[in-house]
Design a protein around this ligand. Structure first.
Ligand code: SAM
Length: 250
C-alpha cells in the first residue's frame, strides 16, 4: 500500500542517521528532497540509490497533485529536507496536508531536529515551550515578535541566521534585557557550543570571539515565569492596587 514517509536526517553529524531512516530510504520508490544535489551526496554516502525528485518552497504546490496520485497508485515515497525534520522550517506541509485530506498514509520516521536538540541540552525550562521558526528578517517585525515574549510563558525558541544574530541580540537587549538567553550553535558538529547569558553578555561574548557568531544557531529565551526581574514597575504597582482593592472588598 502507498504511503509518504516523513524522514528526519542528520543536522550535522551523519552518525545521527537512524537505522530505520536508512531502511526506509533504500526501500521506497522515490525520495522527494529539498535540494536533490545535497541529498544525492547524503544518499551516496550511505550507498542508497533510490531516485530523487526535487520538492522545495517554489515547486511544492505544483508537485502536490503528482505526489498524491503516485501514493494513491500504491507507491511508497520518502520526504527529506536538507537537514533535520521535514516541515520544521522546511518544505512539506502542503504535501502532507493534501495526502491526509486524500486519506493516504503519512508515516513519521523521527530523528534529528535542531530546536529539540537545543532545548534538550540548553538548561532552560523544557516543560512548556513555543517555537517561532526563523526570526523575521526585518527589524520592526523582529522587535514586535520579541515584544510578545515579554508576557509569554515557557521557553521561546527561534532559528536565526549568523548574519542577523548580532541584531537579534541587540534588539533583545532593548526588549528583554534581564532574560536568560541561550545560543545553541553548530549542534552535533565539531564546534558545538552553548552560550548562556543576558543579551548584553552574549553580545560581549560575540565581540570577544568572532567564531561565536559563525555557523548555525538556535536561539532560546527563558519565559516570563522564570524571570522575576521582568516584572516592570508598572506591573508591580498594578498588582498592589489590585490587592488593595481586593482587601477593601471592592
Ligand atoms: N528542519 C530543520 C530541523 O529539523 O531543525 C531546520 C531547517 S531550517 C531551514 C535551518 C535552521 O535550523 C538553521 O538556520 C538553524 O537556525 C537551525 N539549525 C539546523 N541545523 C542546526 C545545527 N546543527 N545547529 C544549530 N542550528 C541548526
Amino acid at each position: 500500500e502507498g504511503a509518504l514517509y516523513v524522514v528526519a536526517t542528520p543536522i550535522g553529524n551523519l552518525d545521527d542517521m537512524s537505522a530505520r531512516a536508512l531502511k526506509i530510504l533504500s526501500e521506497v520508490d522515490l525520495v522527494a528532497a529539498e535540494d536533490t544535489r545535497h541529498s544525492a551526496r547524503l544518499l551516496a554516502h550511505f550507498d542508497i540509490r533510490t531516485p530523487l525528485l526535487s520538492l522545495h518552497e517554489h515547486n511544492e504546490a505544483a508537485r502536490v497533485e503528482t505526489l498524491v496520485e503516485r501514493v494513491q497508485k500504491g507507491e511508497r515515497i520518502a520526504l527529506i529536507s536538507d537537514a533535520g525534520t521535514p516541515l520544521i522550517s522546511d518544505p512539506g506541509y502542503k504535501v502532507v496536508n493534501a495526502l491526509r485530506a486524500s486519506d493516504c498514509a503519512v508515516v513519521p520516521v523521527p530523528g534529528p531536529c535542531a530546536l529539540i536538540a537545543a532545548l534538550s541540552a540548553a538548561g532552560l525550562p523544557s516543560d512548556a515551550f513555543s517555537f517561532h521558526g526563523f526570526a523575521p528578517s526585518k527589524s520592526t517585525a523582529r522587535r514586535a515578535l520579541l515584544e510578545t515574549f515579554i508576557s509569554a510563558q515557557g521557553t521561546q525558541i527561534l532559528y536565526e541566521s549568523p548574519h542577523r544574530i548580532r541584531h537579534l541580540l541587540e534588539e533583545g537587549g532593548d526588549v528583554l534585557p534581564e532574560r536568560q538567553w541561550v545560543l545553541a550553535r553548530e549542534l552535533t558538529k565539531t564546534f558545538e557550543t552553548f552560550l548562556k547569558g543576558t543579551p548584553a553578555e552574549l553580545v560581549a561574548r560575540l565581540e570577544e570571539d568572532a567564531n561565536q557568531g559563525r555557523g548555525e544557531f538556535v536561539v532560546l529565551i527563558a519565559g516570563t515565569s522564570q524571570d522575576k526581574a521582568a516584572k516592570t514597575r508598572a506591573d508591580i504597582d498594578a498588582d498592589r492596587l489590585l490587592e488593595a482593592l481586593i482587601e477593601e472588598g471592592v
